[in-house]
Design a protein around this ligand. Structure first.
Ligand code: DX5
Ligand code: ZN
Length: 214
């Protein structure tokens, strides 16, 4: 089954509890954490994850767009993240392994993320140890950007490797996913779709979430 992870980056931050309750028919709450260094934007951090944790039963999918994530992953786990994803570009290979191990030691799920310019092969050193791979379909940093259809061969290549080497691993896409591009992502092999503006701009949010499942 296709899972939907609405990104609260497109929510109203002054009404975050209300906007999280509006996505209760989704599968994950996607939380975009940006530090102003790894990406040219600053969003939300550990205290906000902690505050939203009691407002929903859904798992929190925390997407870290920060440098040296190994320094902070344990704090995000303690704040209530269920799944923490780190960018392969954000540190050395050794320290990405270390971040994954720290997330697992906290009893949480761990994933790696690839920016659009990063080749599919960059996932291979981590594939057997992660619970999810996230392929960015926009440059990370902002919601509301145009979907990059040219990322689909990367999704398909990673889907093949996941099926061979780690079939329990999920494959997520993030950026520009809407009722049209969701079909492209599903056909390419993604099983978790992040959508920010497509969910929060919809007049009927539960209907839009259902539509995005393909
Ligand atoms: C971008 C974020 C995305 C973003 C998606 O850096 O990682 O999660 O919120 O927003 P849309 O769906 O509007 O492209
Ligand atoms: Zn994201």
């Amino acid at each position: 089954m296709i899972k939907i992870a609405p990104s609260i980056l497109s929510a109203d931050f002054a009404n975050l509890e209300r906007d999280i309750q509006r996505i209760s028919t989704a599968d994950y709450v996607h939380v975009d954490v940006m530090d102003g260094l790894f990406v040219p934007n600053i969003t939300i951090g550990i205290p906000v994850v902690k505050s939203i944790r009691p407002t929903t039963q859904l798992p929190l999918d925390v997407h870290l767009m920060i440098v040296e994530p190994v320094r902070y992953v344990e704090q995000f786990c303690d704040a209530g993240a269920d799944l923490v994803t780190v960018h392969v570009e954000s540190d050395t290979e050794e320290r990405i392994h270390e971040a994954i191990a720290k997330i697992h030691a906290k009893g949480k799920r761990a994933g790696v993320v690839l920016k659009p310019g990063t080749p599919a092969e960059a996932v291979l050193p981590f594939l057997q140890e992660v619970d999810l791979v996230l392929v960015m379909t926009v440059e990370p940093g902002f919601g509301g950007q145009k979907f990059m259809a040219d990322m689909m061969p990367k999704v398909t290549a990673i889907r093949r490797w996941i099926d061979e080497k780690n079939p329990g691993c999920e494959l997520e896409v993030d950026g520009g996913v809407d009722p049209v591009t969701c079909k492209t992502c599903i056909a390419a092999g993604a099983n978790v779709l992040v959508a920010g503006s497509a969910v929060y701009k919809a007049a009927d949010i539960p209907a839009r979430i259902a539509e995005l499942r393909g």
